[in-house]
Design a protein around this ligand. Sequence first.
Ligand SMILES: [Zn+2]
Length: 313
Amino acid sequence: MKKRIAFLVLALVLILSWGAWAEEQLGRYDLIFDASQDGGRLTARFLQLTTRSEDKSGDCTILTSPDGRVMVIDAGNPSTFPDVDGALQALGITRIDYLVASHPHVDHIGSFAQLIYNYEIGAVYTSELEYPTSHYRNYMEAIERTKVPHIILAEGDSFMFGQHVRVEVLHPPAGIEYYEGYPLGSTQFINNRSLVLKLTFKDSTFLFTGDVYTAAEREIVGRYGEQLKADVLKVPHHGDSTSSSKAFREAVSPQIAVMMHDAIADLRIYRNYSRAGASTYITSIDGSVLVSTAGDGQYTVITQFDRKTDFLD
Ligand SMILES: [Zn+2]
């Protein structure tokens, strides 16, 4: 009898501690991927992606417009598809109205072919930049096979995301000129030609920057100056020191800055934003991050995990 009680107690302890462990792993995942409060709001969900390959996990942001349209900007490396797919399923999304590629590197377009084959897609939006790799060809082939419209964007274009959110294309300018030998040694060339998009919903603004480096930042700051100001910034190039120059940070002067990465690229960049007063998040630490607004310049932020450390500051 004593043995039996001891066994039951042990079983109970195991169940409870497994429950606590599972909860710790998931954090506020269910809250972040609950779409029930999304109506009338512009909501961006910056995903924590887990790489299951050699490539870095990359970027993926799922946006929902106040009238229920869905935009996905970038979609991680191919091995992160379960994370992207799981988030979309949790949100009850079966149709992506706007599937946007900031630029054709694998940590941004890796899951595109799988998304195009598995979801109803309104249109794919890219810059004109072409990049002959197998991942790029796969998703171009998926576009062709499924006959999804492919819309090419360039600086000066704008379009509506649903009825209430305006999207302006700030970069790159039309007419990309390839150098001889492209795409050999093209990492910077491609990153500097990322799509930069500004989303405006009434008094609220979001800036998406792909992987632009300081060279492209300089051009954009030169062209747009104060118009770059945005409340919420997707920090360029995963928070790396290739990017986020002082002039760029000052022009944007975000309230909220989000870095998507499976590591910390450069702590100085984090601190530059944080010390300038931005609430700054890194998906490798904070998990997925939800930022939502009714268009009044006020934001609700939910992170998946609580910070257990203050070493970042
Ligand atoms: Zn990247």
